[in-house]
Design a protein around this ligand. Structure first.
Ligand code: ATP
Length: 375
């Protein structure tokens, strides 16, 4: 099912009676069957957006459409969504089976729908109870927790509990699955495993899924598309690689690069780009003289064997190694420091002068407002 937001806005009244605009005129379309990573720093409005789509928060302004149906005023239980929360929100006193079956057995609308489905499908199950059991078992199988159906949530690991929560959300065949930071409570290893599981489950079911996360790596790894928010405003929507390669602005470039990007001061003067104070290369098209910030990702800066076109010189100030990644810090002529990956050359010495070169299409140039003006 397609999700479309039109000028979606949420303002919260604060105690001092001034209002916080948590989500600001958000326009976006999420195509049916996609897995979307809704991304941005703390407080940017991710959860508020998700909760408006879910029907948990009223909207202050704007519209929400599921396909062509306006659901803005529809209550949460009538939207056909599945919800997964960061803290799993399982019932501790119920077994895993009962937790998964809960939405099927405790909503009048759902019971009506299931009885109709049961009648229509001429199910192979001998009776309605067996039909429910099959739905629960199918959901448990999909998330691979069949072995734990008799246990209580407290007898499961965090990762297993989150799988139960996912099974509970998908057992009612929702049209849209909404996940609010589903991996945050898991340790690093389980996070990667569960993240890949979410991808597999989403691909198998084809349910349009929106996953809120503040972890860009998580979003880039599994999403078909990422949506980046800042201060309640949409910054960019696109395929992960496109957003990485062509960030819309300085904020997205820094947010998506997990800090592995240098932001170097420079300028444009008489249609030439200056790196620091040094003239670097002529611009492909004319641009106004101005101060700029140049974004250079660590991995795109390479050693050049000699002084070739567009190369620049810098001297080594430090080397560092974190896990399998080795970096070198170098100083430009005007004193600015930049960092690059030290791919091959372990023998670099302090103060050694290097010729460096950057692939032209990976040089990001931003104006003083942080808008991208050249790539
Ligand atoms: P996080 O990653 O920290 O969960 P988020 O991006 O999900 O953040 P939201 O929870 O959507 O951000 O919050 C957006 C803004 O709205 C924040 O400034 C927050 O303080 C404010 N806000 C959220 N809920 C309420 C509320 N119930 N009352 C008042 N302000 C709120």
């Amino acid at each position: 099912m397609q999700v479309r937001l039109e000028q979606l806005t949420k303002a919260f009244e604060s105690r001092k009676k001034d209002s916080v605009i948590a989500v600001n005129k958000l326009d976006l379309t999420i195509e049916s069957g996609k897995l979307i990573g809704l991304l941005g720093p703390s407080g940017c409005g991710k959860s508020t957006t998700l909760f408006m789509v879910a029907g948990i928060h009223d909207v202050t302004d704007g519209k929400i459409y599921f396909d062509d149906r306006d659901v803005t005023e529809l209550s949460a239980d009538k939207r056909g969504i599945g919800l997964v929360f960061q803290n799993y929100a399982l019932y501790p006193h119920l077994s895993v089976w009962d937790n998964i079956a809960f939405p099927l057995l405790n909503s009048k609308d759902m019971k009506k729908r299931l009885k109709k489905q049961f009648a229509e499908q001429h199910s192979n199950s001998p009776n309605y109870k067996a039909y429910i059991n099959k739905l629960v078992e199918d959901a448990a199988k999909l998330v691979e927790i069949t072995a734990y159906l008799d246990r209580k949530p407290g007898e499961l690991s965090g990762g297993q509990q989150q799988r139960v929560a996912i099974a509970r959300a998908i057992v009612k065949s929702p049209s849209i699955l909404l996940m609010d930071e589903p991996l945050s409570n898991l340790d690093a290893r389980l996070r990667i495993q569960t993240r890949d599981e979410i991808k597999r489950i989403q691909q198998q079911t084809g349910i349009t899924t929106i996953m809120v996360t503040h972890d860009q790596e998580e979003a880039l790894a599994i999403s078909d598309e990422v949506i980046v928010l800042k201060d309640g405003l949409l910054q960019q929507q696109g395929a992960p690689q496109d957003v990485y390669d062509n960030p819309a602005n300085q904020f997205v470039a820094e947010f998506i690069s997990r800090s592995q990007i240098n932001m170097v001061h420079g300028k444009i003067a008489t249609n030439k780009l200056y790196l620091g104070q040094e003239e670097w290369f002529p611009l492909p098209a004319p641009l106004m003289d101005q101060e700029v910030t140049i974004g250079l990702r660590y991995e795109n800066i390479k050693h050049a064997m000699e002084n070739i076109e567009r190369s620049f010189t810098a001297s080594v100030t430090a080397k560092a190694r974190i896990g399998g990644i080795s970096t070198v810090q170098v100083r430009l002529a005007d004193g600015q420091q930049i960092t690059l990956l030290n791919d091959h050359d372990e023998s670099l010495r302090e103060s050694e002068r290097l010729n460096l070169v950057v692939k032209p299409q990976s040089i990001l140039v931003f104006n003083q407002k942080g808008e991208k003006i050249l790539q």
